[in-house]
Design a protein around this ligand. Structure first.
Ligand SMILES: C[S@@+](CC[C@H](N)C(=O)[O-])C[C@H]1O[C@@H](n2cnc3c(N)ncnc32)[C@H](O)[C@@H]1O
Length: 252
């Protein structure tokens, strides 16, 4: 029986380097896979950016910023949803916090299968503080649960998909204003939320990477054979709330 072929970007010759998060926890979330290698046959494939796991320090800080906003319910009542979950690094980090549930939505079945293995390890080692599951589907097809929700995105897809996802979020939460917040890391298309009257920006700014994450990212990105992506010591990010009201009328 032959060995399964790895996605481009996950082999040593492609410059694959393990992130310290994986070394510490014995999971598999490292690697950089360009969007053009993530094809699944879905019409949205061409809007996919890339697979790359979030710097843990950035994710923790973004969640801390969110917790310091005025939440409509205790954070343990929220369902956390990672749109474009990849191999699940952010899901694993989120499950260390007491959410009601952590859900990952991932279009690519190979990445989703790796995320499932990581989830199994997290559960076995009792590191998860809440239930976790990964669904292999397009972000727009996701049906939101009837709880307050915290959606998270690490720049997973380009404008056409973000626009459709925003519309899907607005119709899903039309009757429950305030129950959906969005964490958007590396927020390339944040203006789509900014200029939309139904959304309020709760916070925006650059989040610096820890020294360890910065060094790891630089090593990983310096090892790319074609130097397609650049390292940065901070991640421009924002947090939005779907108020459903016009900006002038809203009270947060
Ligand atoms: C930058 S990675 C995010 C990794 C992970 N969220 C994290 O923070 O560690 C973006 C992921 O979005 C996925 N993706 C792209 N388009 C998608 C879509 N339409 N629906 C669901 N997932 C999608 C890609 O396959 C890729 O794994």
């Amino acid at each position: 029986m032959g060995r399964k072929r790895l996605l481009p970007g996950l082999t040593i010759k492609d410059g694959f380097t393990r992130h310290p998060f994986d070394v510490e926890h014995g999971v598999q979330t490292s690697g950089l896979v360009s969007g053009r290698h993530l094809g699944t046959g879905h019409a949205h494939d061409r809007h996919s950016t890339a697979y790359y796991g979030i710097a843990p320090s950035v994710f923790r800080e973004l969640c801390a910023r969110w917790r310091s906003t005025s939440l409509v319910a205790p954070s343990q009542d929220y369902t956390f949803i990672d749109f474009g979950a990849g191999m699940g690094r952010a899901m694993l980090l989120a499950a260390r916090m007491p959410f009601r549930e952590v859900i990952g939505v991932e279009l690519n079945p190979v990445l989703a299968a790796t995320a499932q293995k990581n989830i199994d390890k997290w559960n076995l080692s009792a590191r998860a503080r809440c239930p976790m599951r990964i669904v292999c589907q397009d972000a727009i097809e996701f049906e939101f649960p009837a709880t307050p929700c915290l959606a998270y995105m690490f720049n997973p897809f380009r404008e056409p998909v973000i626009k459709s996802l925003i519309r899907h979020m607005e119709s899903s939460f039309a009757r429950r204003p305030g129950q959906l917040d969005v964490l958007y890391a590396n927020h390339e298309f944040a203006d789509l939320f900014e200029k939309n009257q139904r959304w309020a920006r709760l916070w925006a700014g650059p989040i610096p990477l820890s020294a360890e994450d910065d060094a790891a990212d630089r090593e990983i990105l310096n090892n790319q054979p074609d130097g397609e992506y650049e390292a940065s010591s901070e991640e421009p990010s924002s947090i939005f709330r779907l108020t459903g009201q016009h900006k002038e009328a809203k009270r947060l």
